[in-house]
Design a protein around this ligand. Structure first.
Ligand code: F0G
Length: 462
């Protein structure tokens, strides 16, 4: 929060409401057991406050809803496409604008076209879907964030930055021809939702240009990142978020984006770039599975909602509240002594589950145990980002290796919850912290070979 004495006031009023229902403790107990202690198995109707993700969960404005009535559903050359193209170009500035049904479709189309077996694709930290889209091509996805990204107590302001020395070393070692593109994720979702500085974007871009490697941004949360630059980076405070965003994209050759985040919509994605020949190949790929190049798997009305959302997300009153709201939840928890990853990121608060539950060892999944306890206590859904999601078997020893950070993520949907809701979440976690010794570890009873967190089942130990 920029001014800790003032609570962030919502810069909107509520026109349409969706009731949420508080379940009883007994109901939740039954629901958890039936779902095998996995919150992906809980029907959303039985969740009071849903902080599972900020993706596709935004509330749309009345302008967006009105825009949807004006959707042009023509198969080719719809008016809504041209509005979308103009809205994306106004911010991103790239020549070609391709709609996709969500972020991972943009990633698949791009990587299927440019990534070959044996290639290496660096990022600050790959999000799961970009990693998966690189790995299905039999290529290697490398994370080159600075060490600070993995230290929850390091209070540097741009912990999303890429380690540019590591990038240079990688290019030296592998040769530029093995690196079909460099990606940078803004903000860095897999690293605490931390922003990347403009200085770092420029430095990474310069290295790529010297080596002739295309530089792409994973731009899901670009507006939040641009706002952090305005607030935190030397020499940037007098500039508008739009100017900063344009500067960000001027460093790159293209971008993929899940519109489900900073375009304030429930579905959609964007693939945008300058290279004419590559754009033609991508459109040919698009048409096979997503649709014709002027709708890419979306309805005309979706394109209208995205175009309007991209304008609204650049409004500084919106961004000031958005970032302050997440900072407020972070501050409430931090003040109460709850271990949280710092500083606060853009879209979520990450709780350090291993420090919250020091009596639960890694192989009994403290993050999962904490997310279950929070649901049991208060009907709040979070997501585990730790051993369940990321533990890997070491081929040599046969032992499980656990990730450096054992977290639960409290992702805050955009324009959906009020401060009172967030205070309720904080109070619930604080009361749980006082009784943390009663929380038990978990043992896996069933798991899938890939992306096990979606379907894994557990039993409670003891
Ligand atoms: N890149 C990043 C940085 C993301 O956070 C996501 C989605 C994607 C790409 C993929 O976009 O879902 O539209 O296909 N993140 C969501 C989350 C799912 O909960 O963090 P998508």
């Amino acid at each position: 929060m920029s001014d800790s004495s003032r609570k962030p006031v919502e810069p909107f009023k509520i026109k349409s409401v969706e009731p949420i229902r508080m379940t009883s403790r007994e109901e939740r107990e039954q629901i958890i057991r039936k779902g095998g202690f996995n919150l992906f198995n809980v029907p959303a109707e039985n969740v009071f406050i849903d902080l599972l993700t900020d993706s596709g969960t935004s509330a749309m404005s009345h302008f967006q809803w009105a825009g949807m009535m004006q959707g042009d559903e023509s198969y080719a050359g719809a008016r809504s496409y041209f509005r979308f193209e103009k809205a994306v170009r106004n911010i991103f500035g790239f020549k070609h604008v391709i709609p996709t049904h969500q972020g991972r479709a943009a990633e698949r189309i791009l990587f299927q076209t440019v990534v070959e077996p044996g290639h290496r694709v660096p990022n600050n930290i790959h999000f799961d879907t970009t990693r998966a889209n690189v790995e299905v091509r039999d290529a290697e996805a490398l994370d080159l964030a600075r060490e600070a990204a993995y230290d929850p107590d390091d209070r540097s302001l741009f912990k999303g930055d890429m380690d540019v020395d590591k990038l240079k070393a990688l290019i030296m070692e592998s040769g530029a021809e093995k690196i079909p593109l460099v990606m940078l994720t803004i903000t860095n979702n897999s690293g605490g939702g931390q922003p990347v500085s403009l200085a770092n974007l420029r430095a990474a871009s310069a290295v790529c240009r010297e080596s002739g490697i295309p530089f792409f941004l994973d731009a899901c949360r670009f507006a939040e990142n641009a706002y952090f630059i305005q607030q935190r980076e030397d020499g940037q405070s007098g500039r508008s978020v739009l100017e900063i965003a344009r500067d960000i994209f001027s460093c790159a050759d293209g971008a993929t984006m899940s519109a489900k985040k900073d375009a304030l919509v429930n579905i959609g994605g964007i693939l945008t770039l300058n290279d004419d020949a590559l754009a033609e190949e991508l459109r040919n790929n698009l048409i096979v599975s997503e649709g014709f190049s002027t709708y890419g798997g979306l309805a005309g009305r979706d394109l209208e909602a995205i175009s309007q959302g991209l304008e609204e997300v650049m409004e500084e009153a919106y961004l000031e509240h958005r970032i302050a709201q997440v900072g407020y939840l972070w501050e409430l928890l931090h003040q109460a002594g709850i271990p949280v990853y710092g500083p606060p990121g853009g879209h979520a608060v990450y709780v350090l589950a291993d420090r919250f539950l020091p009596h639960i060892p890694s192989d009994q999944f403290p993050g999962q145990a904490l997310s279950i306890a929070l649901y049991r206590e208060a009907g709040v859904r979070s997501v585990e980002i730790g051993g369940v999601m990321f533990a890997k078997k070491d081929e040599a020893t046969g032992k499980d290796v656990y990730p450096e950070l054992e977290l639960i993520r409290l992702a805050v949907p955009r324009r959906v919850y009020t401060l009172t809701h967030l205070e309720y979440v904080a109070d619930s976690l604080i009361s749980l912290f006082e009784r943390r010794n009663t929380i038990k570890g978990l043992r896996i009873t069933h798991q899938a070979p890939h992306l096990r967190h979606f379907t894994v089942r557990f039993e409670e130990i003891g």
